[in-house]
Design a protein around this ligand. Structure first.
Ligand code: GDP
Ligand code: MN
Length: 380
């Protein structure tokens, strides 16, 4: 789950990381009201879109007066930045910048450790630094069991060769950033730029945060959840609590378990077709879940056939079959369905489906045969 900058700053702030005072608004009048309340100039007017390079695209402007706030907010609200429409701007007290740094933590899956990156060359895209001057990025791998100690953090900051004046402030922020990353259940926390002010203070000027949605039960993330950008199909699936990813093919897929759903994508490809989605109904799917899944796929105009691939483990075949029959009674399905049902109590399940079979509802004994049929129906 990706956060907007203003949410990332709120998230950082809750872990004690210094960020600039500011507020988020959706209208020019509110932007003016925030600037009046901050009672400080200049302020920065910042487009809130989940894409980098906002500055270059004209989405970040300094305003020296209320009139300039009005002008910049007016220009930036509604602006298109790399395909993202600006619906909100963040207004904050501007900072004096002596130097710009880069700092982040993320997961290095292959190393099975956390990866911290720190560079004295911040403010620009880190990918460009990595390409042109990889030695300018100090990397640190952290065993999650050991965590990040202050001593190790100090060595890391020394390796990055920041201005010595920034050392204490940087160590303090990096330790807090690590806490935010671990305790906050983030997959990524990034500050670019992390700035050194002429006064010697170190401060986060930007915030990029990706939260691990699997941990949402541990947190109060409703506000972040509310602003997630999803396409219509993804939103409908999300509202029904389904694990769904929209794709651009024509074979709709329902499977139980993420592993089987992924294999189903492969088999559809192998049969020469293109999946319209990835949809995992999980274990113990009942009629409600099956009806919801069929509804989501049915509402996708690109879908030409539906492939239901079930391998019962804990999920029992007759329950899945009852679910499908009940769902068919509730939802008017426009595309033909092909079912492959195997595993626990598959025979009982097939017996339940048997009387309902037709051109619109076919059954195949194997995954590959079912995929081939679904692809053929989609291409008809
Ligand atoms: P991004 O381009 O989308 O990553 O947006 P950032 O928030 O990182 O801002 C881009 C650049 O704008 C920064 O690297 C700064 O150089 C500049 N900038 C942002 N806020 C301020 C500020 O408060 N004062 C000054 N002087 N420059 C700022
Ligand atoms: Mn930035």
């Amino acid at each position: 789950m990706d956060l907007f900058e203003y949410q990332g700053k709120q998230f950082f702030g809750s872990f004690g990381i210094p960020v600039s005072a500011g507020d988020v608004v959706e209208t020019v009048e509110d932007a003016v009201a925030v600037a009046e309340r901050l009672n400080y100039f200049p302020v920065v007017v910042k487009a809130q879109v989940q894409v980098g390079g906002r500055g270059k695209a004209g989405g970040i402007k300094l305003a020296n007066s209320i009139d300039e706030v009005r002008e910049h907010a007016g220009n930036i609200l509604g602006m298109d930045i790399k395909g993202h429409t600006v619906e909100r701007v963040w207004i904050e007290v501007a900072s004096d910048i002596a130097e710009e740094y880069y700092a982040s933590f993320t997961l290095d899956r292959s190393a099975k450790q956390h990866l911290g990156m720190l560079s004295a060359q911040g403010g620009v895209e880190i990918e460009a630094v990595a390409e042109e001057n990889p030695d300018a990025i100090a990397k640190i791998w952290i065993d999650p069991v050991d965590g990040l100690t202050e001593a190790v953090c100090r060595e890391w900051v020394a390796a990055a060769a920041l201005n010595p004046e920034a050392t204490d402030g940087a160590v303090d922020i990096l330790l807090k950033l690590y806490r935010a990353y671990v305790d906050g259940d983030a997959d990524l926390v990034e500050i670019n730029p992390l700035i050194l002010k002429p006064t010697g203070e170190v401060h986060a000027l930007d915030a990029k945060v990706t939260l691990d949605a699997n941990a949402d039960f541990r947190h109060e993330w409703a506000e972040y959840e509310a602003t997630q950008e999803r396409d219509e199909r993804e939103q409908a699936a999300h509202d029904k609590g389904l694990q769904y990813v929209g794709l651009d093919g024509s074979v709709g897929i329902i499977a139980n378990g993420a592993g089987l759903a992924m294999s189903t994508l492969d088999v559809v490809n192998q049969a020469g077709g293109k999946p319209a989605n990835f949809l995992d109904i999980g274990g113990g799917a009942n009629a409600d879940v099956m009806a919801g899944a069929l509804e989501v796929i049915n509402n996708d105009p690109a879908v030409r056939s539906i492939f239901i691939n079930i391998f019962g483990g804990i999920t029992r075949g007759e329950e899945v079959a009852n679910g499908i029959v009940e769902a068919l009674g509730r939802v008017e399905i426009s595309s033909p369905i092909v079912i492959r049902l195997d595993g626990t109590n598959a025979e009982e399940g097939r017996a339940i489906l048997e009387p309902h079979l037709s051109d619109k509802l076919q059954m195949q004994p194997t995954m590959l045969a079912a995929a081939a049929t679904a692809v053929e129906l989609a291409n008809r």
